[in-house]
Design a protein around this ligand. Structure first.
Ligand code: OOG
Ligand code: MG
Length: 256
C-alpha cells in the first residue's frame, strides 16, 4: 500500500521546518509522476493552512545544463508561495535553508488565461510583463539527489525567488546574455538555453499544468527555468544576475 499524498507531504513539510533532509528511500512510497504532483498539491495545501498563499508557478529542467547537472530527462513544474518572495536587493538568511543554490532565470507576469489551443495562440498577448529573476532552490533530499517523482513531490526544490523590474514583453527574448555573479563564482549563459526561447517554457507549462489539473491564473508569476547549472549559495556575498536588455536583479546572502 502506498502512503497517502498528505502523509508524504507532511514528511516533506517537517523536513523543511527542521532542515533535516530526507533519504531518497521515500521514492518507494511514490507511485509515479501523477502521484508526485498530488503530493506537491497536498504540500501547497499545508502551506495555505499555515497562512501562506500561492503567487505563481515555476518550470524546472528547461535547459540542457540543468538536466545534465541533476541527471534528469524531463521538464517539471512547481508552485511559488508568497513566503518565498525576496525583494530585489534584499537579504536572504541562510539559516532558513538546508543547502541552497541560486539560478539565473526569466520571469513572466500573466495577464489573461491562456486558451486551450496553445499551439495557435500568440502567447505574448497573454503576458503583462517580463523581468530578470533569481531562483533559490533547496532540495529536501540529502545531497540534493533525487529522481523526477521525488523532485516533483518536493515542489521542485522551490525555496525562494527574486524578481527584477517588470517591463513590457516586447523585447525579443530569444538570445539575451545572462551573467550571474555569485560571490566569486560566475556563470554565463543565454536565454536561448531555455528551450531555445523562454516563451517556449511558458507554452510547455500550459501543457504540463493542464495535464495535472493546475491553473495559471491572471496575475501569476511564472519562472521559465534556469539557463545555467545552479550555483551553491556562499555566505555573506552578493548575487546579481544581469540580463542584456532586461536589467539586473540581486540579493545578499547573510549567515545570521
Ligand atoms: C529542481 C528545480 C529545477 C530549474 O530552474 O531548472 C529548476 C532542482 O534542480 O533542484 O528550478
Ligand atoms: Mg529554477
Amino acid at each position: 500500500m502506498k502512503d497517502s499524498a498528505l502523509e508524504i507531504a507532511k514528511m516533506l513539510a517537517d523536513a523543511r521546518r527542521t532542515q533535516n533532509p530526507l533519504s531518497q528511500d521515500l521514492v518507494s512510497k511514490i507511485a509515479d509522476e501523477a502521484h508526485a504532483y498530488q503530493i506537491q498539491a497536498s504540500g501547497v495545501e499545508l502551506m495555505r493552512q499555515s497562512g501562506d498563499r500561492t503567487v505563481g508557478l515555476k518550470m524546472g529542467f528547461t535547459s540542457r545544463a540543468k538536466m545534465q547537472q541533476m541527471g534528469v530527462q524531463d521538464m517539471i513544474f512547481g508552485q511559488l508561495a508568497e513566503s518565498m518572495a525576496v525583494q530585489d536587493g534584499g537579504e536572504v538568511f541562510l539559516q532558513n535553508y538546508i543547502h541552497p543554490r541560486v539560478e539565473p532565470e526569466i520571469a513572466f507576469l500573466m495577464k489573461d488565461e491562456i486558451p486551450d489551443d496553445v499551439a495557435n495562440v500568440n502567447i505574448t498577448a497573454y503576458v503583462e510583463a517580463v523581468a530578470p529573476a533569481l531562483e533559490i532552490i533547496d532540495s529536501r533530499f540529502k545531497n540534493f539527489k533525487f529522481d523526477l517523482p521525488l523532485v516533483i513531490a518536493d515542489n521542485t526544490s522551490a525555496a525562494g525567488f527574486v524578481i527584477g523590474t517588470w517591463r513590457k514583453p516586447t523585447l525579443d527574448l530569444s538570445n539575451l546574455g545572462m551573467i550571474l555573479k555569485s560571490g566569486t563564482s560566475q556563470s554565463v549563459g543565454s536565454s536561448a538555453a531555455i528551450l531555445g526561447n523562454p516563451w517556449r517554457s511558458l507554452i510547455a507549462l500550459v501543457r504540463l499544468s493542464r495535464k495535472y489539473g493546475q491553473k495559471i491564473t491572471p496575475g501569476a508569476i511564472v519562472l521559465a527555468g534556469s539557463a545555467t547549472p545552479a550555483i551553491e549559495i556562499a555566505p555573506d556575498v552578493h548575487h546579481e544576475l544581469q540580463v542584456s536588455g532586461l536589467g539586473r536583479v540581486s540579493f545578499f546572502s547573510s549567515i545570521s
